[in-house]
Structures are given as C-alpha cells and as structure tokens.
Design a protein around this ligand. Sequence first.
Ligand SMILES: Cc1cc2nc3c(=O)[nH]c(=O)nc-3n(C[C@H](O)[C@H](O)[C@H](O)COP(=O)(O)OP(=O)(O)OC[C@H]3O[C@@H](n4cnc5c(N)ncnc54)[C@H](O)[C@@H]3O)c2cc1C
Ligand code: FES
Length: 259
Amino acid sequence: MHRIETIKKMKKLNEDTFLIRIKSEAIASRAVAGQFVNIRCSEGMDAYLRRPISICAIDREDNTFDLVYQVRGKGTRLLCGFESGDQIDVLGPLGRGFTLNPEHQHIVVVGGGIGTFPLLQLLKDHPAKKKTAILGFRTKELVVLEDKFKKHSHELLMATDDGSYGQKGFVTTLLEQMLIKERPHMVYFCGPAIMMKRGVEIVSKYGIPCEVSMEQRMGCGVGACLVCACKTKKGEDWDYSHVCKDGPVFAGHEVVFEE
Ligand SMILES: Cc1cc2nc3c(=O)[nH]c(=O)nc-3n(C[C@H](O)[C@H](O)[C@H](O)COP(=O)(O)OP(=O)(O)OC[C@H]3O[C@@H](n4cnc5c(N)ncnc54)[C@H](O)[C@@H]3O)c2cc1C
Ligand code: FES
C-alpha cells in the first residue's frame, strides 16, 4: 500500500548523491535490511512511474528511514526538488531482504557505487562478531557514508577505480586477497552485475555462501507488471524471477548473470 509520508531531512552528500530521511512508522517498524521503497518522484505525469530506492538505514526508535540516491535521470533529478517538511508518496517496504543467520560469526559485505547503500543497515542489524566491509567507488569524490560504515563494521577496506582513495582497482580483488588469509562464513554483494558475477565466482571457489542484491529497471515494484525479470536457476534449467518480489536479494548461486 502506498503512503503519503513526511520528509524529515534532505542532505546533499556530494555533487550528485543525496540523502532523504522520511518519517514513517509503518515502514520503519517493518522494514528489514535489503528491502526497498518505490517512490513517486513528482505529482504530475513527469516520471509517472515510481523509482525503486533501497532502504539505506532505519531508525526504529525515531520511526524514520534513510534513502541515499544518485541522480541518474528524470526521476532522481525530480527527487532533488523535495525539501524537509514536504510530503512524499512511498510504496513499501518491498521485496526480499538479506538473510541474517546468527551462526555466521564473520560476515563480509562487498559494495560498489550506489550498491553500497543497502549494505549499511545489514551491518547494523547482523549479529555477527566480526563484520568486514569492502566498498568501491569510481573516484574519491564519490565516496559517501564512510564514517557510518566505519562505525558499524570492524574492518573497512576501500577501493577506487582510479586509485585516488584506498586501493586502486576492484573490490573483488580486495575480497580475493582477504580470502587467501581468512574464511568468512557469509558474503553479501550489492553493486554492478559484473562485480557481483565475479564475486560469486570467487566465493564459490572457497565454498562460502553468498547473497546478491540485483538491480533491474522496475515498473509496479510488486510483481504485477513483469518489467523486472531476471534469470534464475531452476534445477538444471533456468526461469525468470521478479527482482521486485522474489528479490532484490537472491542466493548468489541462484542467479544466471547475463554476459
Ligand atoms: C531494488 C533497487 C534498489 C535501488 N536502490 C538504489 C539506491 O539505493 N540508490 C540509488 O541511487 N539508486 C538505486 N537504484 C537505482 C534507481 O532506481 C535508478 O537509478 C533510478 O530508478 C533511475 O531513475 P531516473 O528517472 O533518475 O533515471 P532514468 O531516466 O529512468 O534512467 C537514467 C539512466 O539510469 C538507468 N537506470 C534506470 N533505472 C535503472 C535501474 N533500476 N537499474 C539500473 N539502471 C537503471 C537507465 O538505463 C538510464 O541509463 C535501485 C534500483 C533497484 C531496482
Ligand atoms: S516491477 Fe512490476 S513485476 Fe517487478
């Protein structure tokens, strides 16, 4: 069911990345890490379709939740026009979130770009004794929420494509370097499909289970329009799953990544 909620905070985090804090008891009390909301970005016909944004952080005492988004096109640009105190139309919480298994004592989250955001609430909620975050951005200027990730993990490793911050190169290289020395119980990936595909291949070699959070263009966000199909394995064969309803989080070995 969609709700009209109030924006409590709008903050520019860098050139094209923004944080929106929304007050919603219904969403903050029910949402779990990895779920998303589908947002109406304008009143009129502009960007008529809702846009899916992951829940980045939840404050269950304050009944608020945070979304962090990067401006990509019309919808996300319209979102920048909202101000604190405005009303916003949100549908959620939607989808299947991350699995939090208390037997997993050491977890690793691996995120790239906008895929880093939903991993923050996962780190906050997971009961693991050791939590490692490996985050990658294109360049130093795009690094956001580093202090929050530091606060909610025991170890934070950073990578940038151009080497302007942290290690130069891919987050999957950092993961591989770590797996030579340590065997975490679970790895969570969120980011570009190519990164998650490589990540699943790497952890599979070590027999470590993983989950991936898939990103797909969406329409309804609730399993009714079939816009968000992705291929998943069914025995020896494959079939289409809905990212909005069956995901966005899937077991890593379930997903058939397109070449
Ligand atoms: C489950 C889910 C969670 C998401 N969480 C976040 C988040 O936390 N923060 C964030 O910044 N973004 C997130 N996104 C991506 C976000 O939904 C898109 O960037 C947004 O819908 C783009 O809308 P737009 O109107 O601004 O751009 P458009 O004008 O619609 O498109 C601009 C460009 O972005 C591409 N694009 C649009 N939608 C998607 C999509 N869903 N996946 C991949 N590429 C797309 C288009 O192909 C085009 O190149 C998420 C997407 C999904 C499916
Ligand atoms: S977005 Fe409509 S079925 Fe997934």
